[in-house]
Design a protein around this ligand. Structure first.
Ligand SMILES: Cc1cc2nc3c(=O)[nH]c(=O)nc-3n(C[C@H](O)[C@H](O)[C@H](O)COP(=O)(O)O)c2cc1C
Length: 254
């Protein structure tokens, strides 16, 4: 099957989802169209000969709700989609299925799916250093297998694990704040927050009702001024370390 263009389209507050999507795209082209839906969405339309690597991080076993909303501005137009869920070594639960369902609803043909592991963006000691060489090799192998599948003319949808209704996700009761001594009010965090939870004139007042704890402001702050409350984070770390103790491996579906 002839492919006209390869794109990555992702939500990636901490950058790991983007890295994995790019590794998969790298098996097809050295440079692809890169569509970053972390901070905002654009109206986009694809066609039948396009391949889109559609990738999201896992938040509470689901795809982030804001990304699901952003996808409403995309018209799949029969394009082929490889969906990727990137998670922090606990579990991806229903996220891969939810992303496949969302892609199909937007008019994509889902031809492949993969769950990959990356550093836990809330507790970066968990799955530290991932994606590592083993993960990158798994992404390359997935890409090769997808290429062979498409070259053989097979555009069928694989069986993707997960259940409906999806697992409920209530959010995380922890929200990054700003250190007033370090924050220079440059406004980057406010401009890039995917849910508009940070006032540009008072970045230390994160709106807890809006914040989804995606960690983008923490990773993007040029002055390292933003962080979660260390005491509350310690409790989350203890709980998560138990659930994430065993190394999980990438899983792919073709
Ligand atoms: C709010 C929140 C919830 C998360 N929930 C899960 C989860 O349910 N399972 C898991 O294994 N990792 C979970 N993670 C970790 C992320 O899925 C993982 O770090 C992912 O690689 C982040 O992608 P990014 O670097 O592109 O933002 C969560 C992270 C955050 C910030």
């Amino acid at each position: 099957m002839e492919i006209n263009s390869v794109s990555t389209l992702y939500f990636s507050p901490g950058g790991s989802t983007r890295a994995i999507a790019r590794s998969v795209a790298g098996g097809f082209v050295s440079e692809c169209r890169d569509i970053d839906f972390t901070s905002r969405a654009d109206a986009l339309a694809f066609g039948e000969k396009d391949l889109v690597i559609l990738a999201a991080p896992v938040f509470g076993g689901r795809i982030p709700g804001v990304f699901a909303g952003f996808l409403n501005s995309v018209n799949g137009g029969g394009a082929l989609a490889a969906v990727l869920a990137v998670y922090g070594n606990r579990d991806y639960d229903d996220a891969l299925l939810e992303l496949a369902d969302a892609a199909r609803a937007r008019g994509f043909r889902v031809v492949a799916a993969g769950a990959f592991i990356a550093r836990h963006s809330m507790v970066p000691e968990i799955a530290a250093g991932r994606p590592d060489s083993g993960d990158k090799e798994a992404a390359a192998a997935f890409s090769r297998a997808l290429r062979e599948k498409l070259e053989s003319g097979d555009t069928s949808e694989p069986r993707i694990p997960g259940s409906r209704p999806y697992k409920e996700y209530g959010g995380v009761p922890l929200h990054p704040g700003a250190n007033r001594a370090r924050c220079v009010k440059c406004g980057k965090c406010a401009r890039e927050c995917p849910v508009g939870a940070i006032p540009e004139d008072a970045p230390y007042k994160t709106d807890a009702g809006r914040c989804i704890t995606c960690m983008h402001c923490v990773f993007t702050c040029p002055n390292y001024a933003r962080a979660l409350n260390p005491v509350m984070l310690a409790a989350v770390r203890t709980k998560l370390k138990k659930a994430c103790a065993e190394r999980k491996l990438p899983e792919t579906y073709l």
